[in-house]
Design a binder for this molecule. Structure first.
Ligand SMILES: [Zn+2]
Length: 152
């Protein structure tokens, strides 16, 4: 597990406890820089397929979901743990709601509906990748609002 601060691969586990659903939460300390962070381990449904917009199916991949989010949160000061927690929550919801196929749009929808509480700029960026999702005009309004507030 890479340290979110210095990227060292070496960490020790300080504490382990059961998290929500079938997950295990571990508190870790980096052996290089002593930064403390949490990780969540969970059992993944191996049969979960993502149905893309063109109808193709591919195995669900949490890393891919995280990568899509990386683009939106780059250069924003967001606690990586918050993003981890967000991803876990979304994953749990998807696994509860879908049997073995989940539309890619439902994943984007779940991210969009939660990201706003984490960071508005990241939310706008992410949503703009899916701008046909609820129409450009709404996002244009949001951008005007944000500019008015002097954010970013
Ligand atoms: Zn470190």
């Amino acid at each position: 597990m890479r340290c979110p601060k210095c990227s060292s691969e070496d960490s020790k586990v300080l504490d382990t406890r059961a998290g929500k659903a079938a997950s295990i939460r571990r508190r870790r300390e980096c052996l290089s820089c002593e930064h403390r962070f949490s990780t969540i381990e969970e059992v993944l449904r191996e049969d979960l397929l993502v149905v893309k917009q063109d109808g193709r199916r591919e195995n669900f991949d949490r890393h891919k979901m995280a990568k899509g989010l990386q683009r939106a949160i780059s250069k924003r000061s967001i606690d990586p743990e918050q993003i981890n927690a967000l991803l876990s929550e979304i994953l749990r919801r998807i696994e509860n709601e879908y049997d073995n196929e989940v539309p890619s749009r439902a994943i984007a929808d779940a991210i969009i509906s939660r990201l706003r509480n984490v960071d508005e700029i990241a939310w706008l960026r992410f949503a703009s990748f899916y701008e046909d999702f609820r129409g450009l005009s709404r996002f244009a309004r949001e951008i005007v609002n944000l500019k008015g507030e002097g954010s970013d």
